[in-house]
Design a protein. Structure first.
Length: 368
Protein backbone atom coordinates (compact mmCIF):
# COMPACT_ATOMS: atom_id res chain seq x y z
CA UNK A 1 0.00 0.00 0.00
CA UNK A 2 1.48 3.33 -1.08
CA UNK A 3 0.64 7.01 -0.68
CA UNK A 4 0.06 9.35 -3.61
CA UNK A 5 3.76 10.23 -3.66
CA UNK A 6 4.75 6.60 -4.23
CA UNK A 7 6.09 6.08 -0.70
CA UNK A 8 4.83 3.15 1.42
CA UNK A 9 1.95 4.04 3.72
CA UNK A 10 3.53 2.07 6.56
CA UNK A 11 7.23 1.90 7.45
CA UNK A 12 9.15 -1.32 6.88
CA UNK A 13 9.12 -2.48 10.57
CA UNK A 14 5.34 -2.03 10.76
CA UNK A 15 4.81 -4.00 7.55
CA UNK A 16 7.02 -6.82 8.80
CA UNK A 17 5.16 -6.90 12.11
CA UNK A 18 1.82 -7.02 10.31
CA UNK A 19 3.02 -9.87 8.08
CA UNK A 20 4.17 -11.90 11.09
CA UNK A 21 0.86 -11.23 12.85
CA UNK A 22 -1.00 -12.58 9.83
CA UNK A 23 1.20 -15.70 9.83
CA UNK A 24 0.65 -16.16 13.58
CA UNK A 25 -3.12 -15.86 13.15
CA UNK A 26 -3.12 -18.38 10.31
CA UNK A 27 -1.02 -20.88 12.27
CA UNK A 28 -3.20 -20.42 15.37
CA UNK A 29 -6.35 -20.90 13.31
CA UNK A 30 -5.05 -24.08 11.69
CA UNK A 31 -3.93 -25.43 15.08
CA UNK A 32 -7.31 -24.62 16.63
CA UNK A 33 -9.16 -26.40 13.82
CA UNK A 34 -6.81 -29.39 14.17
CA UNK A 35 -7.40 -29.62 17.93
CA UNK A 36 -11.15 -29.30 17.41
CA UNK A 37 -11.12 -32.12 14.87
CA UNK A 38 -9.10 -34.28 17.26
CA UNK A 39 -11.68 -33.69 19.99
CA UNK A 40 -14.58 -34.44 17.65
CA UNK A 41 -12.96 -37.64 16.36
CA UNK A 42 -11.30 -38.60 19.64
CA UNK A 43 -12.56 -42.18 19.42
CA UNK A 44 -10.35 -42.62 16.36
CA UNK A 45 -7.54 -40.21 17.23
CA UNK A 46 -6.84 -41.70 20.68
CA UNK A 47 -6.13 -45.26 19.42
CA UNK A 48 -4.07 -43.78 16.59
CA UNK A 49 -1.83 -41.79 18.95
CA UNK A 50 -1.51 -44.73 21.35
CA UNK A 51 -0.56 -46.99 18.43
CA UNK A 52 2.11 -44.54 17.28
CA UNK A 53 3.55 -44.45 20.80
CA UNK A 54 3.52 -48.24 20.95
CA UNK A 55 5.18 -48.48 17.54
CA UNK A 56 7.88 -46.06 18.61
CA UNK A 57 8.52 -48.06 21.77
CA UNK A 58 8.48 -51.51 20.13
CA UNK A 59 10.33 -50.68 16.91
CA UNK A 60 13.67 -52.15 18.07
CA UNK A 61 12.02 -55.46 19.05
CA UNK A 62 10.35 -55.72 15.66
CA UNK A 63 13.57 -54.83 13.86
CA UNK A 64 15.53 -57.40 15.89
CA UNK A 65 13.09 -60.14 14.90
CA UNK A 66 13.30 -59.17 11.23
CA UNK A 67 17.07 -59.29 11.36
CA UNK A 68 16.65 -62.87 12.63
CA UNK A 69 14.83 -63.56 9.33
CA UNK A 70 11.36 -63.68 10.83
CA UNK A 71 8.67 -62.54 8.42
CA UNK A 72 7.33 -59.02 8.94
CA UNK A 73 3.81 -60.20 9.78
CA UNK A 74 4.99 -62.84 12.26
CA UNK A 75 7.45 -60.38 13.82
CA UNK A 76 4.62 -57.86 14.27
CA UNK A 77 2.41 -60.53 15.86
CA UNK A 78 5.14 -61.64 18.28
CA UNK A 79 5.89 -58.02 19.17
CA UNK A 80 2.23 -57.30 19.91
CA UNK A 81 1.97 -60.46 22.01
CA UNK A 82 5.01 -59.32 23.98
CA UNK A 83 3.36 -55.90 24.39
CA UNK A 84 0.19 -57.51 25.77
CA UNK A 85 2.22 -59.64 28.19
CA UNK A 86 4.38 -56.75 29.44
CA UNK A 87 1.63 -54.13 29.69
CA UNK A 88 -0.82 -56.63 31.18
CA UNK A 89 1.67 -57.87 33.73
CA UNK A 90 2.85 -54.39 34.66
CA UNK A 91 -0.72 -53.13 34.86
CA UNK A 92 -1.70 -56.02 37.10
CA UNK A 93 1.23 -55.39 39.43
CA UNK A 94 0.57 -51.64 39.61
CA UNK A 95 -3.18 -51.98 40.14
CA UNK A 96 -2.82 -54.79 42.67
CA UNK A 97 -0.23 -52.97 44.74
CA UNK A 98 -2.25 -49.76 44.69
CA UNK A 99 -5.41 -51.61 45.71
CA UNK A 100 -3.60 -53.49 48.49
CA UNK A 101 -1.94 -50.38 49.91
CA UNK A 102 -4.42 -47.73 48.78
CA UNK A 103 -6.27 -47.46 52.11
CA UNK A 104 -2.98 -47.29 53.98
CA UNK A 105 -1.65 -44.53 51.72
CA UNK A 106 -4.87 -42.50 51.96
CA UNK A 107 -4.94 -42.84 55.76
CA UNK A 108 -1.29 -41.77 55.96
CA UNK A 109 -1.90 -38.70 53.78
CA UNK A 110 -4.88 -37.70 55.93
CA UNK A 111 -2.84 -38.21 59.09
CA UNK A 112 -0.04 -36.11 57.59
CA UNK A 113 -2.51 -33.30 56.94
CA UNK A 114 -3.66 -33.43 60.56
CA UNK A 115 -0.03 -33.45 61.80
CA UNK A 116 0.86 -30.40 59.70
CA UNK A 117 -2.22 -28.56 60.93
CA UNK A 118 -1.50 -29.33 64.59
CA UNK A 119 2.19 -28.36 64.45
CA UNK A 120 2.15 -25.43 62.03
CA UNK A 121 -1.45 -24.25 62.05
CA UNK A 122 -1.73 -24.37 58.27
CA UNK A 123 -5.40 -24.61 57.35
CA UNK A 124 -4.59 -25.93 53.88
CA UNK A 125 -3.35 -29.11 55.57
CA UNK A 126 -6.86 -29.65 56.92
CA UNK A 127 -8.09 -29.47 53.34
CA UNK A 128 -5.50 -32.10 52.41
CA UNK A 129 -6.71 -34.45 55.13
CA UNK A 130 -10.33 -33.82 54.23
CA UNK A 131 -9.62 -34.49 50.56
CA UNK A 132 -7.92 -37.78 51.40
CA UNK A 133 -10.81 -38.78 53.65
CA UNK A 134 -13.34 -37.80 51.01
CA UNK A 135 -11.45 -39.86 48.46
CA UNK A 136 -11.56 -42.90 50.74
CA UNK A 137 -15.27 -42.37 51.45
CA UNK A 138 -15.94 -41.97 47.74
CA UNK A 139 -14.16 -45.23 46.96
CA UNK A 140 -16.12 -47.01 49.72
CA UNK A 141 -19.44 -45.62 48.51
CA UNK A 142 -18.62 -46.50 44.92
CA UNK A 143 -17.82 -50.06 45.96
CA UNK A 144 -21.03 -50.34 47.96
CA UNK A 145 -23.19 -49.02 45.13
CA UNK A 146 -21.32 -50.72 42.32
CA UNK A 147 -24.34 -52.88 41.48
CA UNK A 148 -26.49 -49.83 40.76
CA UNK A 149 -23.91 -48.36 38.44
CA UNK A 150 -23.00 -51.57 36.65
CA UNK A 151 -24.29 -50.32 33.28
CA UNK A 152 -22.15 -47.18 33.47
CA UNK A 153 -19.18 -49.26 34.54
CA UNK A 154 -19.68 -51.68 31.66
CA UNK A 155 -19.93 -48.76 29.25
CA UNK A 156 -16.62 -47.31 30.44
CA UNK A 157 -15.00 -50.73 30.42
CA UNK A 158 -16.31 -51.43 26.92
CA UNK A 159 -15.00 -48.10 25.62
CA UNK A 160 -11.60 -48.72 27.20
CA UNK A 161 -11.48 -52.24 25.79
CA UNK A 162 -12.45 -51.07 22.30
CA UNK A 163 -9.79 -48.34 22.37
CA UNK A 164 -7.15 -50.82 23.53
CA UNK A 165 -8.04 -53.41 20.88
CA UNK A 166 -8.06 -50.81 18.10
CA UNK A 167 -4.73 -49.37 19.29
CA UNK A 168 -3.24 -52.89 19.35
CA UNK A 169 -4.46 -53.63 15.81
CA UNK A 170 -3.10 -50.32 14.54
CA UNK A 171 0.23 -51.06 16.23
CA UNK A 172 0.35 -54.40 14.41
CA UNK A 173 -0.27 -52.78 11.02
CA UNK A 174 2.17 -49.93 11.69
CA UNK A 175 4.90 -52.43 12.55
CA UNK A 176 4.08 -54.78 9.69
CA UNK A 177 3.92 -52.06 7.00
CA UNK A 178 6.55 -49.70 8.40
CA UNK A 179 8.71 -50.22 5.30
CA UNK A 180 5.99 -48.62 3.18
CA UNK A 181 5.88 -45.35 5.09
CA UNK A 182 8.38 -43.59 2.84
CA UNK A 183 6.56 -44.73 -0.27
CA UNK A 184 3.31 -43.38 1.15
CA UNK A 185 4.94 -39.99 1.76
CA UNK A 186 6.17 -39.85 -1.84
CA UNK A 187 2.78 -40.91 -3.21
CA UNK A 188 1.06 -38.12 -1.29
CA UNK A 189 3.60 -35.46 -2.28
CA UNK A 190 5.85 -36.55 -5.18
CA UNK A 191 9.22 -35.01 -5.94
CA UNK A 192 11.02 -32.69 -3.56
CA UNK A 193 7.87 -32.19 -1.52
CA UNK A 194 7.79 -35.93 -0.87
CA UNK A 195 11.40 -35.84 0.28
CA UNK A 196 10.60 -33.00 2.66
CA UNK A 197 7.53 -34.83 3.98
CA UNK A 198 9.59 -37.98 4.53
CA UNK A 199 12.28 -36.06 6.38
CA UNK A 200 9.69 -34.37 8.58
CA UNK A 201 8.10 -37.72 9.39
CA UNK A 202 11.47 -39.24 10.25
CA UNK A 203 12.36 -36.37 12.55
CA UNK A 204 8.99 -36.44 14.33
CA UNK A 205 9.08 -40.22 14.75
CA UNK A 206 12.64 -40.13 16.12
CA UNK A 207 11.52 -37.56 18.70
CA UNK A 208 8.61 -39.77 19.80
CA UNK A 209 10.92 -42.83 19.83
CA UNK A 210 13.41 -41.09 22.05
CA UNK A 211 10.74 -39.87 24.44
CA UNK A 212 9.00 -43.23 24.81
CA UNK A 213 12.10 -45.40 25.18
CA UNK A 214 14.00 -42.92 27.32
CA UNK A 215 11.05 -42.15 29.59
CA UNK A 216 10.25 -45.83 30.08
CA UNK A 217 13.83 -46.68 31.02
CA UNK A 218 14.18 -43.65 33.30
CA UNK A 219 10.81 -44.37 34.94
CA UNK A 220 11.88 -47.94 35.63
CA UNK A 221 15.19 -46.86 37.18
CA UNK A 222 13.54 -44.12 39.26
CA UNK A 223 10.80 -46.41 40.57
CA UNK A 224 13.28 -49.15 41.51
CA UNK A 225 15.61 -46.76 43.31
CA UNK A 226 12.81 -45.01 45.21
CA UNK A 227 11.09 -48.30 46.08
CA UNK A 228 14.34 -49.71 47.47
CA UNK A 229 14.86 -46.55 49.51
CA UNK A 230 11.31 -46.68 50.89
CA UNK A 231 11.69 -50.35 51.78
CA UNK A 232 14.95 -49.66 53.62
CA UNK A 233 13.26 -46.83 55.54
CA UNK A 234 10.28 -49.14 56.24
CA UNK A 235 7.73 -46.72 54.78
CA UNK A 236 4.28 -48.37 54.48
CA UNK A 237 3.02 -49.03 50.96
CA UNK A 238 6.52 -48.77 49.48
CA UNK A 239 5.70 -50.90 46.43
CA UNK A 240 2.52 -48.95 45.73
CA UNK A 241 4.38 -45.65 46.05
CA UNK A 242 7.06 -46.96 43.70
CA UNK A 243 4.32 -47.86 41.23
CA UNK A 244 3.02 -44.29 41.45
CA UNK A 245 6.53 -43.04 40.66
CA UNK A 246 6.71 -45.26 37.56
CA UNK A 247 3.32 -44.16 36.23
CA UNK A 248 3.91 -40.52 37.10
CA UNK A 249 7.21 -40.44 35.23
CA UNK A 250 5.28 -40.32 31.94
CA UNK A 251 4.07 -36.85 32.99
CA UNK A 252 7.40 -34.98 33.23
CA UNK A 253 8.05 -32.79 36.27
CA UNK A 254 4.44 -32.75 37.48
CA UNK A 255 4.11 -36.53 37.90
CA UNK A 256 7.40 -36.84 39.76
CA UNK A 257 6.50 -33.95 42.06
CA UNK A 258 3.09 -35.39 42.95
CA UNK A 259 4.29 -38.96 43.53
CA UNK A 260 7.27 -37.71 45.55
CA UNK A 261 5.07 -35.50 47.70
CA UNK A 262 2.74 -38.42 48.44
CA UNK A 263 5.71 -40.57 49.51
CA UNK A 264 7.00 -37.84 51.84
CA UNK A 265 3.56 -37.34 53.40
CA UNK A 266 3.11 -41.06 53.99
CA UNK A 267 6.53 -41.26 55.66
CA UNK A 268 5.71 -38.17 57.75
CA UNK A 269 2.44 -39.62 59.03
CA UNK A 270 3.69 -43.13 59.77
CA UNK A 271 7.37 -42.77 60.65
CA UNK A 272 7.79 -39.17 61.75
CA UNK A 273 9.53 -36.11 60.36
CA UNK A 274 13.04 -37.64 60.51
CA UNK A 275 12.08 -40.49 58.19
CA UNK A 276 10.15 -38.01 56.03
CA UNK A 277 13.34 -35.97 55.61
CA UNK A 278 15.24 -39.13 54.66
CA UNK A 279 12.55 -39.97 52.07
CA UNK A 280 12.78 -36.43 50.73
CA UNK A 281 16.54 -36.85 50.48
CA UNK A 282 16.16 -40.13 48.58
CA UNK A 283 13.70 -38.58 46.14
CA UNK A 284 15.90 -35.52 45.57
CA UNK A 285 18.95 -37.74 45.06
CA UNK A 286 17.09 -39.84 42.48
CA UNK A 287 15.89 -36.68 40.73
CA UNK A 288 19.46 -35.37 40.59
CA UNK A 289 20.60 -38.72 39.19
CA UNK A 290 17.87 -38.49 36.56
CA UNK A 291 18.49 -34.86 35.64
CA UNK A 292 22.29 -34.91 35.46
CA UNK A 293 23.10 -38.47 34.37
CA UNK A 294 20.14 -40.47 33.07
CA UNK A 295 18.47 -37.88 30.87
CA UNK A 296 21.71 -36.65 29.22
CA UNK A 297 22.81 -40.24 28.58
CA UNK A 298 19.49 -41.76 27.55
CA UNK A 299 17.65 -38.87 25.91
CA UNK A 300 20.56 -36.90 24.48
CA UNK A 301 19.48 -37.54 20.88
CA UNK A 302 15.87 -36.51 21.28
CA UNK A 303 14.23 -33.11 20.95
CA UNK A 304 15.10 -31.18 24.09
CA UNK A 305 12.41 -28.80 25.33
CA UNK A 306 12.59 -26.16 28.00
CA UNK A 307 10.82 -27.15 31.24
CA UNK A 308 8.47 -24.18 30.87
CA UNK A 309 7.42 -25.45 27.44
CA UNK A 310 6.86 -28.93 28.87
CA UNK A 311 4.65 -27.55 31.65
CA UNK A 312 2.64 -25.48 29.16
CA UNK A 313 2.19 -28.56 26.95
CA UNK A 314 1.01 -30.65 29.92
CA UNK A 315 -1.43 -27.92 30.99
CA UNK A 316 -2.81 -27.62 27.47
CA UNK A 317 -3.14 -31.39 27.18
CA UNK A 318 -4.98 -31.58 30.49
CA UNK A 319 -7.44 -28.88 29.40
CA UNK A 320 -8.13 -30.73 26.13
CA UNK A 321 -8.25 -34.39 27.18
CA UNK A 322 -7.69 -34.67 30.93
CA UNK A 323 -5.20 -37.28 32.14
CA UNK A 324 -4.87 -38.82 28.69
CA UNK A 325 -4.02 -35.39 27.31
CA UNK A 326 -1.33 -34.95 29.96
CA UNK A 327 0.23 -38.27 28.94
CA UNK A 328 0.13 -37.50 25.21
CA UNK A 329 1.03 -33.81 25.39
CA UNK A 330 4.81 -34.15 25.66
CA UNK A 331 5.38 -36.74 22.86
CA UNK A 332 3.06 -34.80 20.53
CA UNK A 333 4.89 -31.56 21.33
CA UNK A 334 8.24 -33.31 20.84
CA UNK A 335 7.09 -34.48 17.41
CA UNK A 336 5.99 -30.95 16.53
CA UNK A 337 9.36 -29.57 17.63
CA UNK A 338 11.05 -32.21 15.51
CA UNK A 339 9.09 -31.13 12.43
CA UNK A 340 9.86 -27.46 13.05
CA UNK A 341 13.54 -28.28 13.57
CA UNK A 342 13.67 -30.22 10.31
CA UNK A 343 12.04 -27.37 8.39
CA UNK A 344 14.37 -24.83 9.96
CA UNK A 345 17.39 -26.95 9.05
CA UNK A 346 16.31 -27.55 5.47
CA UNK A 347 15.23 -24.00 4.71
CA UNK A 348 17.84 -22.08 6.68
CA UNK A 349 19.61 -19.29 4.82
CA UNK A 350 17.03 -19.49 2.05
CA UNK A 351 18.03 -22.94 0.92
CA UNK A 352 15.50 -25.19 -0.75
CA UNK A 353 14.72 -28.74 0.28
CA UNK A 354 17.60 -31.15 0.05
CA UNK A 355 17.80 -34.90 0.20
CA UNK A 356 16.20 -36.35 3.32
CA UNK A 357 18.43 -37.19 6.24
CA UNK A 358 18.75 -40.82 6.96
CA UNK A 359 19.57 -42.08 3.46
CA UNK A 360 17.32 -45.09 3.03
CA UNK A 361 13.57 -44.98 2.89
CA UNK A 362 12.93 -47.31 5.74
CA UNK A 363 11.39 -45.96 8.87
CA UNK A 364 13.48 -45.38 11.93
CA UNK A 365 11.63 -48.23 13.60
CA UNK A 366 13.46 -50.53 11.23
CA UNK A 367 16.82 -48.89 11.67
CA UNK A 368 16.75 -49.23 15.42
Amino acid sequence: MHTGTGKPLLPEPARRTAAWCVVALLVTGVAAVGIWLCIVFKTAVTPLLLALLGTALLGPVHGWLIRRRVSRALAAILTCVALIAVVGGAGYIVVKTLIDTGDQIVDSVRAAGDWIKDHFGITAADDLGSAAGSLKDLVSKWGASAATGVLAGLSVLGSLLATSVLALLLTFFFLKDSDRAAGLAHSIAPGRAGETLEAMGRRAFRAVEGFMRGTTLIALIDSICITVGLLILKVPGAVGLGSLVFVGAYIPYLGAAISGAVAVLVALADRGWVTALWVLGVILAVQQLEGHILQPMIQSRTVQMHPAMVMLAITAGASVAGILGMLLAVPVTAAAFGVVGELRTRYSAGEGPSTPSGGSRETSAEGS
